[in-house]
Design a protein around this ligand. Structure first.
Ligand SMILES: C=C(CC[C@@H](C)[C@H]1CC[C@H]2C3=CC[C@H]4[C@H](C)[C@@H](O)CC[C@]4(C)[C@H]3CC[C@]12C)C(C)C
Ligand code: SAM
Length: 364
């Protein structure tokens, strides 16, 4: 090859690599996180690998995690560890809203996410002057969308302190800190007064509760009589067959990789809501047609996963990312395969929507 051609080729390859590196390391969409900032929550660098091992030995056999009261009691602490391990990776690779949404033809993932969140505000009839509770708020993507869309004040609660700090920083940056408040606490024992909210919602969060009654009961307590609670639940659908090993493995894979103490069946949700006192206003699986698949965003990212996996390996090698990040990333990659299978086979839905009302006549 001519020296000039060689120089041009090397220049082009170099430019391509620099572009790829900047693109990979930089934030895509509005993620607010770059790979070089992967910290693993409040866990100190040297403890990441140990914490991951502890998490994995607890959630490895999902059915056992909530089989006794003693192990069910440990779930919130392990869920907290899980979010220390995954929050930065989620923000980096997914964004500030930690949930799925049905795809919308011709619209971006960001738009689809927002539409799915605004639907909650509209169902609640949230408006300026209202105080609305976000049960399991993550780093606050939905909270900011709902506050901006409705004008209501939103109070979010999460078990994970690192998320509290991330959410508060994002709220300040978005200029929504006067409207959005974030509290660290357990949604099964909330630090709020009885009948102090005009509405409540949970987006893909209550699946972490060993007993749904415990969180629904708390939401019922803090809601004003006559007000609504909207929840997007993770459930197995009627297509799930407990005698099909492929189904069982997909569901176990979802539970293991997402800190779940056992997924509930779709038909259990309404009766649990009624058991704690709610009236069921509406129940609808938003994953069903005419909705377009929610899992395509996971599936279409195979190349991105491979690229991300390379990035976390290089960053760990350079000691920029702590040891253990590669294992956590692998676990997420695996759970993404199980989630995709769950979506494709229709045995799993992350968006079984229930709209519940605390009766107007409920005693305060
Ligand atoms: C509601 C919950 C979380 C739902 C989703 C937000 C996350 C479930 C699986 C996650 C991911 C899987 C693969 C990751 C990928 C390997 C990495 O390179 C970039 C991030 C992922 C795409 C990550 C993003 C968030 C999820 C889609 C649960 C926990 C109840
Ligand atoms: C998958 S994230 C969803 C976050 C947010 N709803 C969103 O869509 O972006 C689940 C959230 O539930 C919270 N969570 C899980 N168990 C909890 C508990 N016992 N008490 C409070 N928050 C909890 C987690 O900390 C996390 O913020």
């Amino acid at each position: 090859m001519e020296p000039a051609t060689m120089a041009w080729t090397a220049g082009l390859v170099g430019a391509g690599l620099v572009y790829w590196f900047v693109w990979v390391m930089g934030a895509a969409e509005v993620k607010g996180k770059r790979a070089v900032d992967l910290k693993m929550g409040s866990i100190t660098r040297d403890k990441v690998q140990d914490k991951y091992t502890q998490y994995w030995s607890f959630f490895r056999r999902p059915k056992e995690t909530a089989s006794t009261q003693a192990s069910a009691d440990k779930v919130p602490a392990f869920v907290d560890t899980f979010y220390n391990l995954v929050t930065d990776i989620y923000e980096w690779g997914w964004g500030q809203s930690f949930h799925f949404s049905p795809s919308l033809p011709g619209r971006s993932h960001r738009d689809a996410t927002r539409v799915h969140e605004e639907r909650v505000a509209d169902l609640l009839g949230a408006e300026p002057g209202h105080r609305v509770l976000d049960v399991g708020c993550g780093v606050g993507g939905p909270m900011r969308a709902i506050a901006a869309h409705s004008g209501a004040r939103v109070v979010g609660i999460t078990i994970n302190e690192y998320q509290v700090n991330r959410a508060r920083a994002h709220n300040r940056k978005a200029g929504l800190d006067a409207q959005c408040e974030v509290v660290c606490g357990n949604f099964m024992a909330m630090p709020f007064d009885d009948a102090s909210f005009d509405g409540a919602y949970s987006i893909e969060a209550t699946c972490h509760a060993p007993r749904l009654q415990d969180v629904y009961g708390e939401v019922y307590r803090v809601l004003k009589p006559g007000r609504l609670y909207v929840s997007y639940e993770w459930v197995t659908t009627p297509l799930y067959r407990a005698d099909d090993p492929a189904h069982v493995e997909a569901i176990h894979g979802i539970e293991r990789g997402d800190a779940l103490p056992g997924l509930r069946r779709q038909d259990e949700i309404a009766s649990i809501a009624q058991e704690v006192g709610f009236e069921v206003v509406q129940e609808l699986d938003l994953a069903l047609p005419p909705s377009l698949p929610w899992w395509t965003r996971l599936k279409m990212g195979r190349l991105a996963y491979w690229r991300n996996s390379l990035v976390v390996r290089v960053l760990t090698l350079l000691r920029i990312a702590p040891k253990g990040v590669v294992e956590v990333h692998e676990m997420l990659y695996e759970t993404a395969q199980h989630l995709t299978l769950g979506g494709e086979t229709g045995i799993f839905s992350p968006m079984h929507m229930v709209v519940l009302r605390k009766p107007a006549a409920a005693a305060e």
